[in-house]
Design a protein around this ligand. Structure first.
Ligand code: B1M
Length: 215
């Protein structure tokens, strides 16, 4: 199989053996981020489709996620970094009840590599923990990730909590994750939130938004 197809299949099949060697070979041909975006994410997309249509069981999805994480960790040192530093702070979390963190962690990598200070709280974060961390770290922005449909509701509740505490004006919010739509965030949530709320389709849009909001 051609290298790219081999890598994609490693993600789909959750096959770790030989992963590093393939990644090293890919690095001689393409930049690390391109490998993530064009090859590895395509593999995860297929995993989602297979799982969604009942052709793949959850333990195998987990294995694919582990291979994905290993691959990203291997590629991370090869990613471009700017010399800029201290451009601002974002508190980043996967919302309450949601364990999906591959996308959030990619956002962390992209923002960190581009001069932002990222306080990554992890998964299943209740709103209290997010707001406390934002205050403690004097965050410029709050970033919330979630992939489940129910997470989109929780994000709305979290924004309402920021409103209720009078914190909305202080914290622009960036939301991302596969279950969201631009319209839901930029129309529905925009209407209820007393501060700025923006949608990031991917990690790069997250970076552009950070630059626009506080750059
Ligand atoms: Co889950 N899962 N999962 N899963 N899983 C989805 C999300 C699902 C769509 C699969 C499907 O049915 N086709 C479905 C959700 C359905 C729904 O809600 N309507 C689903 C389900 C149902 C579940 C469980 C409920 C299954 C079960 O237990 N029966 C369970 C939920 C557990 C829970 O959260 N409480 C579950 C569990 C898991 C695993 C643990 C096995 C594993 C996660 C491992 C991990 O993350 N550590 C997993 C995986 C891997 C997936 C799929 C297959 C892949 C997700 C992924 O990592 N994609 C997923 C299918 C899909 O998304 N279509 C699926 C790659 C990642 C890079 O993309 O996170 O979207 P993503 O991030 C993107 C953008 O969205 C954006 O940038 C990234 C790219 O640059 N982005 C941001 C994300 N966050 C951002 C934040 C930002 C900015 C941009 O700023 C703040």
């Amino acid at each position: 199989l051609p290298l790219e197809e081999r890598l994609r299949r490693r993600i789909i099949e959750g096959e770790r053996n030989g992963l590093e060697a393939d990644l090293e070979e890919a690095l001689t041909e393409r930049p690390a981020l391109e490998i993530v975006n064009e090859t590895l994410l395509a593999g995860m997309k297929t995993v989602g489709e297979l799982f969604g249509s009942g052709q793949m069981q959850l333990p195998f999805v987990l294995q694919s996620a582990e291979v994905m994480k290993t691959a990203v960790a291997h590629l991370e040192p090869h990613m471009e970094k700017t010399d800029e530093d201290g451009k601002g702070t974002i508190v980043l979390a996967t919302v309450r009840g949601d364990v999906h963190d591959i996308g959030k962690n990619l956002v962390d990598i992209i923002l960190s590599n581009n001069g932002y200070n990222v306080v990554n709280l992890g998964i299943k974060q209740p709103v209290n923990a997010i707001l406390e961390a934002a205050a403690e770290h004097r965050a410029d922005v709050i970033g919330m990730s979630g992939l489940l449909v129910k997470s989109t509701v929780i994000m709305k509740e979290n924004l309402e909590e920021l409103n209720a505490r009078g914190m909305a004006a202080d914290y622009p919010v960036i939301l991302g994750g596969a279950a969201l739509t631009r319209a839901y965030v930029e129309q529905d949530l925009h209407e209820i939130y007393d501060g700025e709320v923006r949608y990031a389709r991917d990690a790069f849009e997250g970076l552009r938004l950070m630059d626009a909001l506080i750059g």
